[in-house]
Design a protein around this ligand. Structure first.
Ligand SMILES: [Zn+2]
Length: 452
């Protein structure tokens, strides 16, 4: 159901849905107005999971709140041997979208219906991170009044301009700076055009519905001769544009010196928290709505969640650059993110999520340095739980309450090494090889504020 943006409650929560794609990784992160809230039980870790369905406690209208922002992270694939397949994965994403639309209200512009993605983050261009999403965009295209094919999941402004930003480490294949490695760019099914101002917009190619090849299996030349959809939004790539960015608002911290590349304490977690607190105190985020500020009763310690891009291209905020020789170029450049909660009045800030794509453990360990001793409530295992990610140091220092593994059924993930290490932590952990789940796992919005 669509909700008038002016009638919202101005209390924020974040729900993360881990989608059970057959292989790879796919999640949807929702910024939610007035999520269900309740007191924490004694000894209850501060994050909880729900398999599908929704929490029934304290829900007034049967909804888990109103979605303000929806971010698609990666897109999974079908894990059917070689090649590019996304049909099954797209069905899983579709089912999750249906679940979101029935369990949440959606804040939309008048005349717009259903869930829209504000952003698509492709952590890196390995096939297990995007095929399902591409299949979904293609299979749901529809013709608008101007005769252009657009997407029901892309957000458009009142003038038909597409607003779904695609974030990725690199848009085209390149040699990773300071390294001998190469990282792939986008699949040729995707297309782009750069205008005179240097703004790049993305769209998709239109292979025939019953063509001679699979949707994602044509050559560069064959795609090059195909028509394309309307534009979906801008492309944002590379460290200078990514690091220090809040994916919920598009606001990016900037400093007198680069935010990464050498050891700079000011650009680690404490400095970053202070900088965002200052920025958002003087100019509260509106989350794309006509008016939206946190304007709450004094009993609430309102918090702005910041979905921070902390790393990309092997660079981590506030840290000296390290070249990792034993990771693939594609994995090395993965986008890494942290969900940080800024308090309004108290010092009770915390970090509730770390997800680092398929980055190597040595790059992840720089995020440990960035965090300056702060713990993180939930960690998504790096590289689907492979033994080259998620080091013992990371687990010891971050002390997660919950742990999620997007294992699918490929490559023997999660590794025995990781499973053994996590075994004793048992009830704090959620190892969720995606193929075992019929529907998405909901990583509950942490009680966003202490209840009185
Ligand atoms: Zn992967």
């Amino acid at each position: 159901m669509n909700v008038d943006p002016l009638s919202l409650n101005h209390i924020l929560g974040v729900d993360t849905l881990q989608i059970p794609v057959p292989g790879g990784d796919c999640a949807i992160i929702l910024l939610v107005d007035k999520p269900p809230m309740r007191k924490r039980k004694d000894g209850e870790p501060n994050v909880s999971y729900h398999k599908s369905g929704h929490q029934t406690e304290n829900i007034e209208d049967g909804k888990r709140g109103t979605v303000l922002r929806a971010i698609l992270v990666d897109g999974g694939h079908d894990a059917r041997g070689p090649g590019y397949h996304g049909r099954e994965a797209s069905t899983k994403i579709w089912n999750t979208l249906q679940g979101i639309e029935s369990n949440y209200n959606i804040a939309n512009y008048p005349g717009h219906e259903g869930l829209k993605f504000d952003a698509w983050i492709v952590t890196h261009w390995d096939r297990d991170h995007y095929c399902g999403a591409l299949q979904l965009f293609w299979s749901t295209l529809r013709e608008n009044e101007a005769g252009v094919l657009d997407s029901p999941f892309v957000r458009y402004d009142g003038n038909g301009n597409a607003l779904t930003t695609l974030y990725c480490p690199t848009w085209t294949r390149y040699q990773v700076p300071g390294s001998t490695k190469f990282a792939r760019g986008h699949h040729p099914f995707l297309d782009s055009e750069t205008d005179v101002d240097g703004v790049t917009r993305w769209r998709i190619r239109l292979p025939p519905p019953n063509g001679p090849k699979g949707l994602l299996s044509y050559t560069d030349t064959e795609y090059g001769n195909m028509p394309f959809s309307g534009f979906f939004g801008t492309v944002v790539e590379k460290s200078p544009q990514l690091l220090g960015l809040d994916f919920f608002t598009g606001f990016r911290l900037q400093g007198d010196t680069p935010l990464y590349g050498e050891d700079q304490a000011g650009y680690r977690i404490h400095g970053v928290r202070d900088a965002f607190s200052r920025a958002y105190a003087s100019s509260p985020p509106t989350y794309g709505l006509p008016t939206y500020g946190l304007d709450l009763d004094d009993k609430w310690d309102a918090k702005y969640p910041v979905l921070l891009c902390v790393g990309a291209e092997g660079n981590v905020m506030g840290c000296a650059r390290k070249n990792i020789t034993h990771a693939t170029g594609d994995n090395y450049v993965s986008i890494m993110m942290l969900l940080i909660w800024l308090p309004r009045k108290t010092n009770a800030w915390h970090v509730s999520l770390f997800a680092g794509g398929d980055a190597h453990m040595e790059t992840e360990n720089q995020v440990v340095d960035f965090l300056e001793g702060r713990t993180v409530e939930v960690i998504k295992a790096g590289h689907h739980g492979a033994r080259t990610s998620t080091s013992a140091r990371l687990l010891k220092r971050l002390q997660p309450n919950k742990f999620i593994v997007s294992a699918g059924h490929e490559h023997g993930h999660p590794s025995k090494c990781l499973s053994v290490f996590l075994g004793p932590l048992n009830n704090r952990l959620l190892i969720a090889p995606s193929f075992r789940l019929a529907s998405a796992v909901l990583l509950d919005s942490i009680l966003p504020f202490p209840l009185p």
